[in-house]
Design a protein around this ligand. Structure first.
Ligand SMILES: *[C@@H]1O[C@H](CO)[C@@H](O)[C@H](O)[C@H]1NC(C)=O
Ligand SMILES: *[C@@H]1O[C@H](CO)[C@@H](O)[C@H](O)[C@H]1NC(C)=O
Length: 371
């Protein structure tokens, strides 16, 4: 039998094997290794001490903003001054600074509840649109893509409604200067609405009344975009039903104001098969029912190679144009994710058209990637 090459193991081993390993000359190797670790620890401690330098006494208390998060950009004393300023003065934060510095982007956080931190993660990269798949169960709404993913603690309320209220409370503070503002979640752009897509996984008739009821905390605070019967009044959150949502259940209801909208079928807009009102002339879907129309990209243009062909791009452009003539924006889902280069090509092409929202699974890549 050939001798086994011994390698560094991080898994539990039998005692006899450990004893084998401690036999010389590997004993010497262990000593060297331990000394190396010691050297690294000492170096680290010195670096720490250095950071607090000659002013070690006025050590910075952990202020509202972690001082260590401010990067050194200058080599003079001002570098250190800037780093320490937030903790020393506590003047760095202001009432609506929770989302400061986030540039809103036309990104839709597709299947957002798959992110480790639903809603907040998309918000933190600037996604103006998020999506919750909801299942009616026992009078509540559970969140998940498949039934296998459901958990009674992961609800529409706990993952979306409560967090959205939490952020909007911060962005709309009651102070001696202002009250009852209707700002969206982005500090940089008060008037940027958050699109909240509610993808019904169970029947609309059973599920939508639950959604409607659970929107109450947003409704009570006047934070929903609404249709009064005469005008669409924009608000911090625009709710759009999709999945099994349909015009009959969501839009036909004549109660006003209506504070939710429905996803329109993009492939039908302006086509011969478009659904009409009873008069046979007025289209069912318009900007008062639907801020957006969507379609699978594959269904719209067929299978895609490295990027959209000229013909496919023309098809996308004509769909976007038909929707635009109704005052409706567009989003294509089922956009290829891999290989990354293909995804990037298609993102570029779609944004150039431009589509209203980019359908995104990899939020970091879409927001900060070099594509
Ligand atoms: C806003 O409301 C609070 C609490 O009611 C009040 O103290 C404050 O003066 C109000 N601010 C303005 C600008 O009216
Ligand atoms: C219409 O909408 C209102 C409020 O959203 C709701 O209370 C009512 O039950 C709805 N009516 C029907 C027939 O769905």
């Amino acid at each position: 039998m050939p001798a086994k090459v011994s390698s560094f193991a991080f898994f539990p081993q039998s005692r006899s094997r450990i004893r084998d390993r401690l036999a010389p000359p590997s004993y010497v190797a262990y000593l060297v290794f331990i000394m190396l670790i010691l050297a690294l620890v000492v170096q680290y401690l010195f670096a720490l001490a250095d950071g607090h330098g000659p002013h070690g006494d006025d050590e910075v208390e952990a202020g509202p903003v972690d001082a260590a998060l401010v990067e050194f950009t200058a080599s003079g004393h001002i570098g250190k001054f800037v780093q320490e300023w937030p903790g020393k003065t506590e003047l760095s934060e202001y009432p609506s600074s929770f989302t400061r510095g986030i540039e809103p982007k036309n990104i839709h956080s597709h299947n957002d509840y798959w992110q480790k931190v639903p809603f907040y993660q998309g918000l933190s990269v600037g996604a103006v649109s998020t999506e919750a798949d909801v299942w009616a169960f026992d009078g509540d709404l559970l969140i998940g893509h498949e039934k296998t993913a459901l958990d009674k603690k992961r609800t529409f309320r706990s993952l979306y409604i409560d967090p959205i209220v939490d952020v909007l409370e911060k962005q709309n503070p009651a102070t001696e200067f202002v009250n009852n503002t209707r700002c969206g979640p982005f500090d940089e752009s008060c008037y940027q609405t958050l699109y909240l897509w509610v993808d019904l996984k169970t029947g609309a008739e059973e599920t939508w009344p639950l959604v409607e009821a659970q929107l109450a905390p947003l409704r009570e605070r006047n934070w929903l975009t609404k249709w009064t019967g005469k005008a669409v009044i924009p608000g911090p959150v625009t709710v759009i039903g999709t999945g099994s949502s349909n015009w009959e259940v969501l839009i036909a209801n004549k109660t006003r104001p209506r504070d939710y909208f429905v996803d329109a079928p993009l492939l039908k807009i302006g086509s011969k098969s478009e659904q009409m009102h009873a008069d046979g002339k007025t289209p069912l879907y318009d900007s008062t029912s639907s801020p957006f129309a969507t379609s699978s990209l594959i269904q719209a243009v067929g299978s895609i190679k490295g990027e959209l062909s000229e013909k496919q791009l023309k098809q996308v452009e004509s769909l976007v144009k038909a929707a635009k003539e109704r005052g409706i924006l567009t989003r294509f889902w089922e956009t290829p994710n891999w290989p990354t280069r293909r995804r990037h090509n298609i993102w570029r092409q779609l944004l150039d058209v431009p589509v209203g929202l980019l359908n995104v699974d990899d939020l970091e890549d879409a927001a900060f990637g070099d594509w």
